[in-house]
Design a protein around this ligand. Sequence first.
Ligand SMILES: Nc1nc2c(ncn2[C@@H]2O[C@H](COP(=O)(O)OP(=O)(O)OP(=O)(O)O)[C@@H](O)[C@H]2O)c(=O)[nH]1
Ligand SMILES: [Mg+2]
Ligand SMILES: [Zn+2]
Length: 304
Amino acid sequence: MNLVIKITGSTVGVLTADGTVADCRVKGNLRIAGIRSTNPVAVGDHVTLEQQADGTAWITSVLPRRNYIIRRSTNLSKQSHILAANIDQAALLVTISHPQTSTTFIDRFLATCEAYSVPAMLVFNKTDLFTPDELQQLAELREMYESLGYHTCAISAMYDDIQALKQEFIGKTTLLSGNSGVGKSTLLNAIFGTTLTRTADISQVHDTGMHTTTFSEMYPLPEGGWLIDTPGIKGFGTLDMQKEEVGHYFREIFRISRDCRYSNCLHCGEPGCAVLPEVGNSIAESRFDSYLSVLNDINEDKYR
Ligand SMILES: Nc1nc2c(ncn2[C@@H]2O[C@H](COP(=O)(O)OP(=O)(O)OP(=O)(O)O)[C@@H](O)[C@H]2O)c(=O)[nH]1
Ligand SMILES: [Mg+2]
Ligand SMILES: [Zn+2]
């Protein structure tokens, strides 16, 4: 089995059956049927190789993916990017401040995980930096996402003992994602107990990320499983969703929408809508705003 474990620009690190990592290149004509992405090969992919006489190798095909996480670089861009393939779970790192992760970003990420059947959890990081107000926000957000069935935890990757969190990664392939500067690489290093990958300089206070990690790489846990460190991302554009489907990827909206009069209700003012009256009650306003923002992308896409 040839497993893609590292992607840096045009070179792809592939772990081959003999346990070595081969530096490979992607054949220019390699296209994956049905997916328009800027990267035909992603970390976590299984590939076939063609060895060259000079010791280098070409990636000639990508085996069918069990799943993957894909996003658009910006909401309206045509460029889409596969973050990782064949994963067991995604852990989204979130910070209430330094930098602030928006709930729209969180919800777009979660909706994409729903759409591609990837279990997702939220890891709130940098709790050591939060003010009492921010700790209150943290508690409220955690309670809301837990009530939707998402597992959450709150840590300081820099100062806490993260052994409990590490247990959740053993034996699984986990994608670490989030905005730049939220501490993905710091958490990875803390879990491995060594500096495997570079993190932003600690001596500076960044409220916007520095895009320190510039390539994706997966690291094997000695206890089994893999952690995938990825470059921080700004926007999380959703794609390939039909308008009528968007509500399916917001768990609470989906549940309540079964009581809407029309099965194709978009919850935008149709008569007999069961969802709208619940906004601000059993549906958080921030979640409904995120839902509308995804719908809006699709609208703009259509009229572009
Ligand atoms: N105070 C505090 N600082 C942290 C914590 N975790 C990470 N940091 C700092 O936040 C900065 C960014 O951390 P990184 O691990 O580089 O963040 P990243 O998510 O990998 O960022 P990109 O690679 O740019 O996507 C660094 O200066 C870290 O030292 C934390 O729990 N508390
Ligand atoms: Mg990083
Ligand atoms: Zn409705």
